[in-house]
Design a protein around this ligand. Structure first.
Ligand code: LCS
Length: 394
């Protein structure tokens, strides 16, 4: 690594993984190219053999994408990163690398809808079985493990229940029996949580969310703690071709530079919004890691640097009142996605998690009344005034 190990998070977010543009010294270069010219036939052969580290073809590697991979791997404290075309591509790279016919997945029951839905609809076609359990209770993870279990997969805080799982406890279980643990760290980003430091083997992101943060690209990343896992994951990404595009990588690297300050501001707003919602007479319940009423409040304090920007809540009048609220928001956008600079509101049961069966939603606590809010960096008083005027319409 070319940088001082003592640099703080924000300094690394700006500088980690930086390469120098050898031609003009550009500070923010982009290599928008599909292929790379070899110096000679022998040089090309050596690049393919791996005895020369020269670039070959953008699906295999590209300096702009590599800069982003190195930066996120550094921030997560991992061996190496694999950038992917979307967060779902990252999820599938992990599944394809560690699941196979006859193998079994144990995962938290509240995952981003498609991360679970594909395991229940697509992967059985390839002979993969699964158990979705409440991983906020580590004993449920232990009990679900079978001799053929080959991957543990968590999301914490989980989408959309905001349940918090004890990464250290689950990593201990995983290591006792030598099964890799992957944590989807999308809701925190490395700014708020470092799963690899807590013992996870892999960490993944929808970088569409906090890491890019500007609602202008879709992107994913997997970071592996060990070289062996990194190589397995990279081989899957390269061979199925779910690579990132250089322009996508360049925009994501730009977004990453302000990750810490964006989260600081949005999180400060989220705390104010959560306190406002908790006191509102029309609100039945609020789940936010910053509120002592959160079921895993103490664990959140231990495991996360801050409570984040995601809030789930229910209105006393259930879904009907929730719809009136969502339809009347003016500043906040009624849209899926999260972790960006703008405040977004959505209804998971009919939107992001609509592909799950009613039983799966019920078991995971994804009720019809649950409304999810991703708090942005606007002025807190404006977000609260927006919620207030919409709640007055209920
Ligand atoms: N993991 C988590 C935790 C997510 O929230 C998402 C997307 C993904 C993976 C997949 O990433 P993508 O392919 O979209 O980059 N979550 C979304 C959500 O809650 N609303 O819209 C997308």
């Amino acid at each position: 690594m070319q940088h001082d190990d003592n640099l703080g998070f924000d300094s690394l977010a700006v500088h980690a993984g930086k390469f120098h543009d050898e031609l003009g010294g550009a500070v923010s270069p982009i290599y928008q190219t599909s292929t790379f010219k070899f110096e000679s036939a022998d040089h090309g052969a050596k690049c393919f053999q791996g005895t020369d580290s020269g670039y070959i073809y953008t699906r295999i590697g590209n300096p702009t994408i590599g800069e982003l991979e190195d930066a996120v791997a550094r921030l997560e404290g991992g061996y190496g990163g694999i950038a992917t075309s979307s967060g779902m591509a990252a999820v599938n790279v992990v599944y394809l690398a560690f699941l196979a016919a006859g193998k079994h997945l144990v995962a938290h029951n509240s995952l981003y809808g498609p991360s679970r839905a594909i395991i229940e609809s697509l992967y059985p076609k390839f002979g993969v079985t699964s158990s979705f359990i409440d991983a906020t209770d580590p004993e449920q993870v232990r009990n679900a493990i079978r001799p053929e279990t080959s991957l543990l997969f968590l999301e914490t805080p989980a989408n959309p229940t905001i349940g918090i799982t004890d990464i250290k406890a689950i990593a201990q279980i995983a290591h006792e029996i030598n099964i890799p643990l992957c944590v989807d760290n999308t809701f925190c980003s490395p700014y708020l949580q470092k799963p690899l430091e807590l013992g996870a083997d892999m960490v993944m992101h929808s970088m569409t969310k906090f890491i890019n943060g500007h609602a202008d690209i879709v992107a994913g990343m997997v970071v592996a703690a060990k070289k062996e896992h990194y190589q397995q994951l990279r081989s899957v990404m390269v061979n199925i071709g779910c690579n990132m595009d250089p322009h996508q990588a360049w925009l994501t690297r730009r977004g990453l530079k302000t990750l810490g300050i964006r989260i600081d501001r949005a999180q400060e707003n989220a705390m104010k919004v959560a306190l406002y919602l908790e006191k509102h007479p029309k609100i039945a319940w609020v789940i936010y890691p910053g509120l002592p009423s959160h079921p895993q409040y103490e664990l959140g304090l231990r495991q996360m640097k801050g409570p984040g920007t995601m809030i789930s809540f229910g209105l006393k009048g259930g879904l009907e009142e929730g719809k009136v609220l969502m339809n009347n928001m003016k500043l906040a956008l009624l849209a899926v996605s999260l972790g960006g600079i703008e405040t977004l509101i959505q209804h998971p049961a009919s939107m992001t998690h609509s592909k799950l069966s009613s039983e799966a939603k019920h078991a995971a606590g994804i009720s019809d009344e649950l409304v999810r809010l991703s708090v942005g960096i606007e002025n807190a008083e404006d977000i609260i005034a927006d919620l207030d005027q919409a709640l007055n319409m209920v």
